[in-house]
Design a protein. Structure first.
Ligand code: FAD
Length: 463
């Protein structure tokens, strides 16, 4: 007899339906299994973007690669959609499957550092803060993003841009090996020699190829001092200064990452320096003097801080529980007309804007070496809206879209980790056609049934 189970899927009989019970799943994994109504269920399904409100049928709080493998097999048997949650900062909330099975990797958040080998073994559910703290204890670091409550998982698999990237490459460039649970529930060690196709695809191809239960990162000596340099201008009169700032970026030291923000009608132009702050202060003085040739800044802010402080300084402003909408672009160059468009802050409830410079070690890596693409970007642009009243959803999103649209003519692609639900059009912005074809062949080989499709999906040939 065909019946409907309680997520509305057609099943072939009562026995099949019974086997999809939480009891059966609990018998297969060590970690807790949460269902709607259970304590902790609502916390587990809540992610960084408060716009996401979905209800998985099961949440498995995985404690090991074996748990992940067993849960993936269970999901495949019962045709449940699989969502993978690490830090829960994916902008469109792919981690949370409505009616499906969510792998909550957060219990797997440990970081072990091998000081002699300069390696970190990082579990697939770890947050950036855990990685930075564990490595800095030994005067070491690897590239991580700018907000410490972001997950290593999603960030590293999509690329991973941070203040050390111009020196040491993106986060994905620093991955030496992965432990991966495949769509068949197999546990693989993936590195340049074993499974080179997966090793290539996992560095920039996102969560398409399996569940990473451990990353092995290369570490670099990093004594842990930094400097934040900001010169503030009213946006209406910042264009000349911004052109000088852009020109100066072309010869910037690799320890400096040029960055700019626009909040309301104030522009901050400057850079983040990781290294000896005394040298950074000299560079700040030089930039300040050049900018002042165009216009005296309204304010100069040069602040030394530790690397760990730097890595957490945006944690509060980028906190949880707000509604969010992002649009991103890469710019191969920042043309004068792009600066003018960026500074034209007409309209209401405009998104905040950030620009962060690429180049340096990011561009040293050959484009073919990793799935990550668009290494020729000079700047990454993000228009980020945040608000708390659901009644403002439409106007906030349209305002961010409209603003980003005015920047479209200058764009050379987009970072896969800031794409929205743009489907194939989004993928084409993130990857070249050749990369997409190669990613698809890896998908065909390792996940032909598209078990891992809640992501910026590389669809296999058969679906
Ligand atoms: P999750 O929502 O947990 O995961 C997102 C997706 O990644 C999942 O749906 C899954 O497909 C995949 N995934 C996650 N973990 C695994 C795993 N272990 N195995 C397989 N697949 C997995 N990006 C930067 O490069 N640099 C930054 O400085 C930066 N700052 C950010 C700051 C904030 C506040 C936010 C919200 C985002 C930022 N991003 C940054 C973008 C960030 O890289 C993405 O949002 C990323 O997806 C977050 O990863 P997560 O693990 O927290 O998210």
């Amino acid at each position: 007899m065909a019946i409907k189970d309680d997520v509305g899927r057609r099943t072939e009989g009562a026995g099949w339906s019974m086997s999809m019970s939480g009891k059966v799943l609990r018998g297969r994994v060590e970690g807790p299994v949460l269902e709607p109504g259970d304590a902790g269920y609502d916390e587990a399904r809540s992610v960084w973007n408060a716009m996401i409100d979905r209800r998985p049928r099961f949440v498995v709080r995985c404690t090991s690669a074996d748990d992940v493998a067993a849960a993936v097999r269970f999901a495949v048997e019962h045709e449940l959609e699989v969502g993978i949650r690490c830090g829960g900062h994916g902008i469109v909330g792919h981690a949370v499957p409505d009616g499906g099975l969510m792998l909550d990797l957060r219990p797997m958040g440990a970081v072990r550092v091998d000081v002699a080998a300069r390696r970190a073994l990082v579990q697939g559910g770890a947050l950036l803060g855990a990685l930075d703290r564990a490595t800095q204890e030994h005067g070491l670091a690897t590239t991580a993003g700018n907000v410490s409550h972001t997950g290593v998982g999603g960030l590293a698999l999509g690329g991973g841009m941070g203040w050390l990237a111009r020196r040491y490459g993106l986060t994905c460039d620093n991955v030496v090996s992965f432990q991966l649970v495949t769509a068949e529930g197999e546990i693989l060690h993936v590195d340049a020699d074993s499974h080179p196709d997966l090793y290539w695809a996992l560095r920039g191809g996102g969560g398409n190829f399996g569940v990473v239960t451990e990353f092995e990162f290369a570490l670099h000596p990093e004594p842990g001092t930094a400097l934040s340099v900001e010169f503030l201008f009213p946006s209406a009169s910042a264009a000349d200064a911004m052109r000088i700032w852009r020109d100066a970026s072309l010869t910037a030291d690799r320890r400096a990452t040029w960055n700019a923000t626009v909040v309301e009608r104030t522009v901050s132009l400057g850079f983040v320096w990781v290294g000896d702050p005394v040298e950074g202060v000299v560079q700040a003085g030089e930039l300040g003097a050049r900018l002042a040739e165009a216009r005296e800044p309204a304010e100069r802010m040069v602040a030394p801080l530790s690397y760990l402080q730097l890595q957490a300084r945006e944690d509060d402003v980028e906190g949880h529980a707000l509604r969010r909408y992002w649009k991103g672009h890469y710019f191969r160059e920042l043309r004068d007309a792009a600066i003018d468009a960026l500074l034209a802050r007409d309209g209401d409830r405009l998104p905040n804007v950030s620009l962060q410079a690429y180049g340096g070690a990011i561009a040293d890596v050959a484009d073919d070496d990793t799935a990550f693409s668009r290494r020729d970007a000079a700047f990454e642009f993000v228009a980020a809206a945040r608000w708390d009243d659901p009644a403002e959803d439409a106007v906030r999103m349209e305002s961010a879209r409209g603003y980003a649209r005015t920047m479209d003519p200058f764009a050379s692609g987009a970072y896969v980790n800031v794409l929205g639900d743009d489907g194939v059009a989004g993928l084409r912005r993130a990857y070249t056609d050749e990369k997409l074809a190669r990613l698809r062949s890896v998908k065909d080989a390792h996940d032909p049934g598209n078990v891992f499709h809640l992501n910026q999906n590389i669809a296999p040939t058969r679906t």
